[in-house]
Write a protein that binds this ligand. Structure first.
Ligand code: NAD
Length: 489
């Protein structure tokens, strides 16, 4: 797609609030700018929802709830299935749109379209498989029917790092279960979600079932957590914000799911295939320039193989080409904004000041726009204890290596964090892998691979990484409540 076509795509993507099936201006006319992270320019401006807009969206969604909740599951499923097909048919446009607003390289954006679309296909299949239960009371005194019902109007708040999939992972199961939903995308990346609203509308979603509320003032939308009509809150983002909003949701005892920050260990054992362990860095570390909640964050490498692993992993990192996300041949783009750039460079600078070695990194190639938020692929070794990079979620293309000598030490290091989202381990011995996998405190463990996402699998974390699961057979139950109907024998 050339730059004229890209501009035309941006100009034809909706920029209004999506309420009641229509794209509209904010009631106070407020807007905010969407910035291109590759050069700091303004891509477009988008309507910014006020608190009154959020209330109006909830009025509409609450009205639509009964009808949508009792719409035959097959009808709901077919809308989801058509949405899946729409997204796949529009992969190129959607990938360019994501790369424009997020800065991310096109191959990663294309992969996200497939991943995000797949939630609509998976939950189209799950919508018609919701079942209850019929039992006899153990004392013989009654019959028990368990009936699964939609929990009701739901609110979703999502981050910028997967502008389509983080929303799709919530919208698809909510709609499949029969819930209406209001979603607030991150202000860095609202265009993808507005494109998705258009896709759902064109796939036949009735008016009022979904609202999309971009805003420059997120508290305008989270104010809905104080409204008792809302029955479900689902959040993906940082632990700090998720816990704060989750506590507000708890005041109305609403059902809550939280997908929060990670600090994934990447354990390379002495008996690992080091080529496999190094190749997996391409996805586990470099996908989205490392701005991924399940990105490998702490590389824990057996001391006997550290030098060889670092040499091989450095070659993999070097093979990536930095540049504007929408440019052909680019394999990693800028970070999403000045805040991310400051954070990542701060973590590396702190480690360097404390004496770390940097076999790769330190400078950017010539020719990048000076106002882009670029950070070069970086490898750090010999990191001093106390360095912030050993405990913080990096969210950048920085591979930070520590060493261990025994499995107990590796497990102690891996679990020495409040987080427990993803983890990775590399060993050629299956029993060894299972032993370590069972001991790691994480919601997900990848063995001998750097990718860990599948709409058919339950995605989520333990400890301060979250509450609940998205995807898999489990995902739809986050939007259902079992009702016990009691009958005499
Ligand atoms: P963030 O917590 O800053 O923002 C997430 C969302 O919350 C955004 O839409 C933001 O506008 C909104 N928000 C922020 N403050 C708010 C407030 N006071 N009231 C209402 N809404 C508010 O996170 P981020 O920087 O967008 O995303 C990065 C974080 O997300 C990382 O920690 C990453 O690990 C995490 N993440 C987790 C998962 C997962 O599945 N567990 C997936 C992707 C990202």
């Amino acid at each position: 797609m050339n730059s004229t076509d890209l501009q035309q795509l941006i100009d034809t993507t909706p920029t209004g609030l999506f309420i009641g099936g229509e794209f509209t201006d904010a009631d106070n006319g407020d807007t905010f700018e969407v910035i291109n992270p590759s050069d700091g320019s303004v891509l477009t401006t988008v309507a910014s929802a006020s608190e009154a807009d959020a209330r109006r969206a909830l009025d509409v969604n609450a009205d639509a709830q009964t009808t949508w909740g009792t719409t035959p599951a097959r009808e709901r499923a077919e809308i989801l299935r058509r949405t899946y097909e729409y997204l796949i048919d529009h992969t190129e446009e959607l990938a360019y749109l994501q790369s424009a607003e997020l800065g991310r390289a096109l191959p990663d954006s294309e992969a996200e379209v497939t991943y995000g679309a797949e939630f609509f296909r998976w939950f189209a299949e799950e919508a018609v498989r919701v079942r209850g239960d019929y039992r006899h009371a153990p004392n013989g005194a009654g019959r028990i029917i368990v009936h699964e019902q939609p929990v009701g109007p739901s609110l979703a708040i999502t981050p910028w790092n997967f502008p389509l999939a983080m929303g799709a992972r919530k919208i698809a199961p909510a709609l499949a279960a029969g819930c209406t939903m209001i979603i607030k995308p991150a202000s860095k990346t609202p265009l993808t979600m507005l494109f998705l609203a258009k896709a759902l509308k064109e796939s036949g979603l009735p008016d009022g079932v979904l609202a999309v509320l971009p805003t420059g003032h997120s508290a305008n939308v989270s104010a809905l957590l104080g409204d008792a009509r809302l029955r479900k809150f689902t959040f993906t983002g940082s632990t700090e914000v998720g816990q704060m909003l989750g506590a507000k949701a708890a005041e109305h005892s609403m059902k809550v799911s939280l997908e929060l920050g990670g600090n994934a260990p990447y354990i390379v054992c002495a008996d690992a295939d080091l080529d496999v362990a190094a190749e997996a860095v391409a996805v586990a570390k470099m996908r989205g320039a490392g701005q991924v909640c399940i990105a490998a964050n702490r590389f824990l490498v057996h001391s006997s193989v550290k030098d060889e692993f670092v040499a091989k992993a450095t070659e993999v990192m070097k093979s990536f080409r930095i540049g504007p996300g929408t440019e052909d041949g680019v394999t990693y783009g800028p970070l999403s904004g000045a805040d991310q750039l400051e954070k990542v460079s701060g973590l590396v600078d702190d480690a360097m000041e404390r004496g770390a070695n940097r076999p790769l990194g330190g400078e950017l190639p010539d020719g990048l726009h000076p106002d882009g938020y670029y950070y070069p692929a970086t490898v750090l070794t010999d990191i001093a204890e106390g360095s912030e990079i050993l405990t913080e979620e990096i969210f950048g293309p920085v591979l930070a290596v520590s060493t261990f000598d025994t499995d107990d030490e590796a497990i102690a290091m891996a679990n020495n964090t409040p987080f427990g989202l993803a983890s990775y381990l590399f060993t050629e011995n299956l029993t060894h892998a299972l032993d370590l996998a069972e001991r790691i405190e994480a919601g997900m463990v990848a063995v001998n691979k750097g990718a860990l996402f599948d709409p058919a699998a339950p995605f989520g974390g333990v400890k301060e990484s979250g509450l609940g699961r998205e995807g898999g057979f489990e995902g739809i139950h986050e939007f259902l409540e079992p009702k016990f109907i009691s009958l005499p024998l």
